[in-house]
Design a protein around this ligand. Structure first.
Ligand SMILES: Nc1nc2c(ncn2[C@@H]2O[C@H](COP(=O)(O)OP(=O)(O)OP(=O)(O)O)[C@@H](O)[C@H]2O)c(=O)[nH]1
Ligand SMILES: [Mg+2]
Length: 357
């Protein structure tokens, strides 16, 4: 899973990247950076800690996501530069937009969330239109008769073009299965799920109030995005505290968990991701799946041999284990399940794959 971070210059992208990945890349109050950063995010999951407390193992491995932090997108940049910046997140599975609302005289830049959203969506649409128009152009000017498949593809692309030209993201368009296949190879930006981190100051965060909020919320909803408030500055301060003091600090301010934790969870759920767990003497580990994944494919995540030689999956759901407190009890209650290749994996499944190669 890979997430690309997008925003205008100096909106707090690298600050949030650092918080997500525990890195310390340079942030700057005046000069927009020209470099990209790549890092891994640990998907904190308290269920994993609970499993470890029942049966300690040598290693505890959280699920991870990769994030890419790119330079700020300024509408005034030359087209070619924008294309280059965007190309670094072309293969991302989702976009994390960072929108600046915090006021700070020493940091230049726009603080109107709606203007920023409109500009970024406009840029995303332009990138996709370039691809669609190029491809249509090649099909139209082909020096031979198009195949039926190509004719169908052209028809689908014409529909995409019309939709994009009306300032709409492709994610809000309906595609049937065949059409989805035709367009899947283009990695359209506007088909990627978008999570918006709205970077507020402490006061705005606590009151959950900021300028243009209603218009902002309507825009987010209309474009099938999901928004999460965060204060980059406060998150940095929390990070500087010793771990045992962080929770108290948060609770004093009226929060249950840090904004970064909520952000990771929001990304996870907006992308339709679920976790399953494997337990062994050497490692207790969480794995990420898309909702709707079958058991044999989940096995392949752990090891290709497990997919190839899949026999069955032995499954206990975390919620049942938590309720009854031990595997023994869960078995007595008849909640230990044996499932075949086509079983639809559920969030929180604890799995032992039986296989033979
Ligand atoms: N007051 C305040 N400042 C912040 C907040 N978040 C980030 N900053 C500051 O804003 C400046 C820009 O932050 P960066 O994280 O470098 O922003 P960026 O979007 O990566 O910027 P470029 O990559 O250069 O476009 C830095 O000085 C940060 O310390 C916040 O929540 N409040
Ligand atoms: Mg940056």
């Amino acid at each position: 899973m890979n997430i690309g971070i997008l925003g205008i210059p100096l909106s707090g992208k690298t600050t949030i990247f650092n918080l997500l990945t525990s890195q310390q890349k340079q942030t700057d109050a005046y000069l927009s950076a020209k470099t990209k950063n790549i890092g891994m995010v640990k998907v904190i999951d308290q269920r994993l800690d609970y499993l470890y407390s029942l049966e300690p193992s040598k290693k505890l491995t959280y699920a991870t996501m990769e994030v890419i932090d790119i330079p700020g997108i300024d509408t005034d940049l030359p087209e070619k530069t924008k294309q280059e910046i965007f190309s670094d997140i072309r293969n991302s599975d989702a976009i994390l937009m960072v929108i600046r609302v915090f006021e700070d005289q020493s940091i230049p830049g726009n603080v109107d969330p709606v203007v920023q959203l409109e500009n970024l969506v406009y840029e995303i649409i332009l990138r996709d239109l370039e691809i669609v128009e190029n491809r249509i152009d090649r099909l139209v000017h082909a020096k031979r008769k198009l195949t039926i498949l190509e004719e169908n593809e052209q028809r689908t692309l014409e529909k995409c073009k019309e939709h994009l030209s009306s300032d709409s993201l492709l994610i809000s368009m309906f595609f049937n299965e065949e059409e989805l296949k035709q367009i899947s190879g283009f990695s359209f930006f506007s088909l990627k799920p978008i999570v918006v981190a709205v970077n507020l100051d402490e006061n705005q965060l606590q009151k959950n109030e900021f300028p243009h909020q209603d218009k902002y919320n309507r825009f987010v909803e209309a474009h099938k995005m999901v928004s999460i408030p965060i204060c980059g500055k406060m998150e940095m301060e929390i990070n500087e505290l010793p771990p045992e003091e962080r929770q108290v600090f948060l609770e004093d301010l009226g929060f249950k968990e840090s904004g970064i934790t909520r952000l990771i969870q929001t990304i996870y759920s907006h992308l339709g991701l679920i976790s399953f767990f494997t337990i062994g003497k050497d490692e207790i580990r969480a794995w990420t799946l898309r909702q709707g994944t079958v058991a044999v494919k989940a096995a392949g995540k752990v090891h290709s041999d497990m997919e190839r030689g899949f026999i069955r999956a032995e499954i206990v759901n975390f919620n049942d284990l938590k309720q009854w407190g031990s595997m023994q009890k869960v078995k007595e209650k008849g909640l230990f399940k044996v499932e075949g290749k086509g079983y639809l994996m559920k969030d929180g499944d604890i799995v032992n794959f039986r296989f033979n190669v």
